[in-house]
Write a new protein. Structure first.
Lengths: 421, 421
């Protein structure tokens, strides 16, 4: 559909000539002479352009044949654009309005043209800046419940779900990245790792921590084998864009079938890391304390809204081969169905804590770090924040079945912060 | 490759003309004039012919486009021959010599030509006849350990395993049968069910048993979602052929990725049902007691050999992305790897008991019954045997995490038998 084949990466200068005769572009922007193009990709994998004119704007996202975060030495298949496209259409249908609209997908060029979200910013930046987002927790909790429930055997026809499992099983490369980068690399002396030098002693402790490593491998097995639902697969605060009133989820190229707790735990783990990073960004008397408390409250809201929405969908939309209505509601035993729900939520919860704890390690000791910590310039201050996050992550991963409520996790997190200061 | 297209079922009379110019046939049997053909299929789904001549014999197995057990009113895709072929080649390579040799597969005719096992009989018949098989437990325990271990992420390259998951995800139809026939049908008034009339009161109790139904749905979710390894998928005593010294596993058309405990539990559940059926077949003083004890011992051997062989493979062959060697052995912590093994074996064990307990219900209250019970002509006597099997199955499914050893299960089973007589 696009002007050139085979695949060739776009550049800001070549973009108008190459995309200038696409109705998906000209219909929104007018003719290419009036376009302004900026490359804004700050992720790890892709080119991202904002194309604007006096009448409109779009985002053009193109996969690169290597991992941008590492360079051309780490080649990476362009297929991920294909998987992202299929994930976006599915996730978007499961929680309408929570993902950017997709205007065009071109498989040969590994390219998507999509809605330009404005005035949205990446949530990580908002959390570093100390901005409050009143509706965020509700939006994200509901998004997680709707996409995870509706992509599972509790909702989908089993033949359709199996066809989808087969389709997304092809996303091997990006899954393989998750599997190694998350669950093993941080726990041994892998050359891809890096860490704040002042954490050297901590690193030694982590790599000798048998219980933590057992937890990491148990969570890895859950991730690899439990094809419970279609995950976003990279559900951190860098994959969320926010405005004062709106929340959108972007970047689904890591989509894969996996356990529901993975998306939930990735998000919660990143919120708890954002909490521990606050001490590096602002003093308590400059609103740091209040903002930290708000982040804890945000995590609680995400989980509580998730539980409420998931329970609602369970009672009102449940079907599929795992629904079990023929055994409970249809035999006048709705209580049995509620007990099933409790069991499932308990599993999602302990999984989420396990995945959160591992996420809090791999973002500090592994390859891909997060701006919340990286922007703390002073090394000892950064290391202190990271140490607290590691301490919390360790308890969450190892003792994931010991926490009954998210209030207990908030207590753990706040307690580690208080004792350290 | 075969003489006719499109697909057409073979008949004893047409088989020599249709297969008479295949070198896979004539090389083993000589020219078609000398063939003797018998149709022997007593399974639920397929045509099975034994073709013999003075110089050799083969088995010809052809899928029918409907479920033979029900009739043409239940149409069924011929694809299952394709999945069986792919499963046989994989399982056969993982435990060489334990499956029949495959001489030819013709996808268009849904047909396999394979080794004729002689003097083997179906294990169920041997168990009804009261025959002892000294090497059987070791063969089956080792077969389960080797196929389940080597088909998992503990052994396979992750990209290859994912490609296989995608391939077998296509076996939707037969998986769907398992999913409903096993895990839900027996627990509600499904028209496909049947049961010995004298069990009417028991059926009412089962369908009101909330804990049992919760267990059934939990096991269903494990089966549907946990893509741990390539299962045989129909690993009961009707899928095993035995001679005095040899054991072979046949009929892999239900192959699917699923939890290791499924094959283990299917087999154990069928052994325990064979135990409870003995009272219908022979009096204690006619050797019934000794044979019953041998069946319990057989189940114990299967599990103990499974554990020993699985542990050996774990220590000597473990690799793959779930192996975790980089975290344990490579950091001089072999004990960590042993703890991982214990955790995995504990999960396989409780899964196996759960699946066994459900199998013991669906074979008595669902669609597909077993000869061990069906050949007990006197109804009240049959019902008594079936009632004891249901009582044991219920405890195994509901309390699957409460049994530490298989000796405890033997005690449960023997205790139910003793109290009832």
């Amino acid at each position: 559909m696009l002007t050139r084949n085979p695949y060739e990466p776009l550049r800001s200068e070549t973009l108008p000539a190459r995309l200038g005769n696409l109705p998906e572009m000209t219909g929104r922007l007018g003719s290419a002479e009036g376009w302004r193009v900026r490359e804004v990709g700050d992720g790890n994998l892709n080119l991202v352009f904002i194309v604007e004119s006096t009448i409109g704007s779009v985002v053009v996202k193109q996969a690169l044949p290597y991992a941008r975060v590492v360079g051309e030495s780490w080649p990476m298949s362009l297929d991920r654009a294909f998987f992202e496209y299929h994930a976006l259409t599915r996730l978007g249908a499961r929680d309408p309005g929570r993902l950017p609209a997709l205007h065009l997908f071109d498989e040969g060029q590994a390219l998507q043209i999509m809605e330009h979200l404005s005035p949205h910013i990446i949530l990580r930046r908002g959390l570093i800046a100390g901005t409050f987002y009143p509706a965020l927790g509700e939006h994200l909790g509901r998004y997680l419940a709707r996409t995870l429930f509706r992509g599972s055997d509790l909702s989908m026809d089993t033949a359709r779900r199996k066809a989808d499992v087969a389709l997304f099983a092809g996303n091997v490369e990006l899954c393989g990245i998750t599997e190694d980068l998350f669950f093993t690399d941080p726990f041994w002396d892998c050359p891809r790792n890096r860490h704040t030098p002042a954490l050297a002693a901590q690193v030694t402790v982590v790599r000798a921590d048998r219980d933590l490593k057992l937890a990491a491998l148990e969570m890895k097995a859950r991730f690899c084998m439990c094809a419970q639902t279609l995950l976003h697969g990279d559900m951190h605060t860098g994959s969320v864009m926010v405005s004062d009133t709106d929340t959108r989820v972007i970047d689904a190229e890591f989509a894969a079938y996996g356990p529901m707790g993975f998306d939930v735990g990735s998000l919660l783990g990143n919120l708890w890391m954002a909490y521990f990073a606050q001490a590096g960004h602002r003093a308590d008397d400059a609103g740091g304390d209040a903002y930290r408390s708000w982040i804890l409250q945000l995590a609680e809201t995400v989980w509580e809204v998730f539980v409420a929405e998931f329970s609602l969908l369970w009672r009102t939309e449940r079907g599929g081969i795992l629904g079990g209505r023929e055994l409970f509601e249809n035999q006048a035993d709705p209580l049995g169905a509620e007990l099933m729900l409790h069991g499932l939520l308990a599993d999602i919860w302990s999984d989420a804590l396990g995945f959160a704890g591992i996420e809090m390690h791999r973002r500090i000791l592994g390859l891909a770090h997060i701006p919340e910590f990286e922007t703390i310039a002073e090394e000892e201050r950064r290391a202190a924040c990271e140490r607290r996050a590691l301490a919390a992550g360790r308890e969450l991963a190892v003792h994931r079945r010991a926490f009954l409520t998210i209030a207990q996790v908030s207590d753990l997190v706040a307690g580690i912060e208080a004792r350290a200061r």
